[in-house]
Ligand binder design. Sequence first.
Ligand SMILES: [Zn+2]
Length: 545
Amino acid sequence: MINHNYKLAAAMIGTLALTGCQLTNYKPLPHVQSRLDIYQPVTLSADLSHLSQNQKKMVSLLIDAADVMDDLFWKQSYGEDKTTFLSRIPDPKVRQFAQINYGPWDRLDNERPFLKGIPTKRPGAEFYPKEMTKDEFSIAGLSDKKGLYSLVRYDENGKLKTIPYAMAYGPELKKAANLLRQAADLAEDRDFKKYLNMRANALLLNQYQPSDFAWMSMKTNPVDVVIGPIETYEDQLFGYRAGFEAYVLIKDQRWSKKLAKYAKQLPSLQRGLPVPSQYKQEKPGTNADLGAYDVVYYAGHSNAGGKTIAINLPNDEEVQLKEGTRRLQLKNAMRAKFDHILKPIADELIVPEQRNHITFNAFFANTMFHEVAHGLGIKNTINGNGTVRQALREHASALEEGKADILGLYMVSQLLKKGVIREGQLEDYYTTFLAGIFRSVRFGASSAHGKANMVRFNYFKEAEAFTRAPNGQYRVNMKKMKQAINDLSRLILTLQGDGSYAKVDQLFAEDGNIGPLLKEDLARLSKANIPVDITFIQGKEQLGL
Ligand SMILES: [Zn+2]
């Protein structure tokens, strides 16, 4: 009896404690004060004067649809109600930091919690049940086990099951689909109209491939939107499941023409890859295109933490093999990062004699060729291990980013030599690339890009592709850099082709970390108050809509 009362009392105290906890405000951890200014606010704007009234209304509707993706990504990454969570953070600067991170974990600091009482972030985020173990998942007989577009949950018998996004997020996706259809009604470009309607269907039917094909066949639309569950970086447990995101884009026709000539080089670049022929046997799509865009709205995954300045889509391997990919260079966002981050970094970390090689032209080209390089190499392993993505599981994204970076640079060298690229000199591209590594490794090693950059940095260091002066400034060694680029390209393409999960796992474990000297150098960047990334002041108001 006493025992029973004791239990009851304990249960009541438990309830009270829980209620009390729900009412308590979140306090920031002390270290977060130094993190609150790492994002430079930048206003996203673009010239819309060439658009008709209907097209402007359409942009407005696309922004509304993007907002739905934003809410869905909050659910996928954080889970509980976003409004309640944010309302419990009284300090406006900390609240804004939580908004940028889509939750209480610092995306550019290995997902470290920045609020008191917050547990470590689960690698599977909200895609998988809290209690689920990796082993449990691996032996579960699930249909759609590696599905991009489903959640994993327990059924009433405690067995794992999958729930398609279209079902799990039904009301939200219906709303987004409606907005896309309204936008389609206003679209003046026929192919864009078709794509918007098909994308609306994709959200409702949980089938994205037909709309990916439709997206690839559009060529002349002045407005574009990338929307839906797309990248799998948020699923750090397996890298299978996609996070919701959106980009609303205005095409820069003049720059896009300039870029079009590089697409013609794809087949010969694939043939020229520095790797045995079995590792380059797939043919990249020939109508792959490059375009320059101004982004007017980021939402969901694309707006969380560090911002992407170039996109290469679709991810669907079948579409890629048939149609290639589209590479979108986000010019206004790139310029902002170059001015506010890359140049100030070079002023701290690159030897004075090489600083004149830090140019926007090289930065633009390196980023552009990173995207080209995603379309090169192979998508399927050469030994029957399935697709590279499946074979390399949670490491697939990081290695793919590493491949794109290094092959991009390899291509720049080739095209300069051939005279296809006429701007700048090789020193510009290499030096700007090195400064770019410093920019990226400040992301920490948790993101796919951050990990890939660390592996490359350590590889270059060992190959003496750069040297570090005692004062902490870096100098590119042109000759050794060239050799290191070839060697690392070969290594990555081979690892992908063989689908060697174990070797990649080892590579990341050994070389994916930031050493003490580099840590010191990166600390100098924080001391100089150089922002780590940018955050956007964006929306209809900024566009005059
Ligand atoms: Zn990439």
